[in-house]
Design a protein. Structure first.
Length: 85
């Protein structure tokens, strides 16, 4: 899957301001990971939009990772370097 410049942070899913700070992420990190990261299919359960497929994107420089809903483009999870899914 190729990154499209739109992604969303569902405010009903998480308190994103606190979540980003707690996980040491910012919007630039997200953009860079989506643009330069290594994409692979993620086969876990999508608790945000059940039934939708997901991708795991890993930033090759920082090792941080994102799980994103392939249909809605909503970010589901932000992982720190070395996080095991």
């Amino acid at each position: 899957m190729k990154y499209q410049e739109n992604f969303s942070l569902n405010p009903e899913w998480k308190n994103w301001k606190n979540y980003l700070k707690k996980r040491n992420w910012n919007f630039d990190d997200i953009q860079k990971t989506l643009l330069e990261g290594e994409w692979q299919s993620h086969h876990g359960t999508n608790w945000l939009n059940k039934g939708n497929s997901m991708s795991l994107i890993t930033n090759p420089t920082s090792g941080k990772s994102i799980i994103i809903d392939n249909i809605t483009k909503e970010i589901i999870y932000l992982g720190n370097a070395g996080h095991k899914f």
